[in-house]
Design a protein around this ligand. Sequence first.
Ligand code: PLP
Length: 375
Amino acid sequence: MHPETRAAQAGTEPDAETGALSPPIHLATTFERDADGSYPKGYMYSRDGNPTRHRFEAALADLEGGTGCAAFASGMAATAAVFSGLRPGDHVIVPQDVYHGVRRLLRERFEPWGLRVTEADLSDPRTLGDAFEPGTRLVWVETPSNPLLRITDIRFVADRAHEHGAACVVDGTWTTPILQRPIDLGADLVVHSVTKYIGGHSDVLGGAVVGREADSVVFSAVRSAQRVEGGVMDPFSAWLALRGLRTLGARLERQCSTAQRLASTLAGHPAVAAVHYPGLASDPGHDVAARQMSRPGAMLSFRVRGGENAAMAVAGAVRIFTRATSLGGTESLIEHRASVEAQPTRTPRDLLRVSVGLEHPEDLVADLQQALAPR
Ligand code: PLP
């Protein structure tokens, strides 16, 4: 069955009590015990387990091809749960242009606590081998990367990680299981900021970790962090996330085809110095992306001739795109990325990042063309 079909029906099993197709939102924090002390319905306390959250977790695990899922209050809470399963002295490898929030989490929280971190260019298979050390426990993959859209071969990295006794974790926020299924390619965990495409409407903050094996050491540590540290996804967010899953396939189909069109327009524009989008045949990641993604995604970035001021002027001149951070909503966003990221950053100062929404493609093309026109 295609993932779009599964997504369209995600979590729609009729409610056992009423037959309702839209799942109930269970706000209860505590659940009744039987006279014999047991919990016959399987729920005891909402931090431990909540029926609405469970529906979302089961649906996302199914879509990713995993057997366990833990949903969190944000993508960063999910990310922190993965690293908190490690021990002081352990070593991890992360991409050079990893999402800046992950770099900040490691620098401000986990390095002072004793985690050792190496940043490597995971899109270049030759450099990965040198990054392993005794004690490497985890390789973190982001593909396409943020904001340079570098592509990493997930199967290659997962195989190398396993040879060194390390887990391979993929941040699937930009792709969702509709575009890429890291577990099929060998990953042990898939992390999501549900805030982005899964929520899909810029109105829910959430995160999730899907495990290939629910009882693996690496996923059990994530489940423990969820229950013990308590940064869980709340029931209403879980309901919104479930609703987002149901339209994910249709949204991404439209968003990816518009992104391809915008990337082609930008690639031929005299005011644009470079376009980063794996759907372009000229992109260095094109072949690997074509192999491991069903479509090249709905995010792209481009560099404006003339440097930072010229890039700022383009962002300042758009009329349909909204100048805002984040991604994955119905509205198209444009962002001067370097000035948003925690410093120091490797992001070029002339780069603008685009999240493609659901507007008519011709309106978006025309808006970028007028914003890039000489003034
Ligand atoms: N991972 C990626 C790739 C992201 O883009 C983001 C947020 O922008 C996150 C993780 C963090 O997610 P959240 O903002 O939901 O904490």
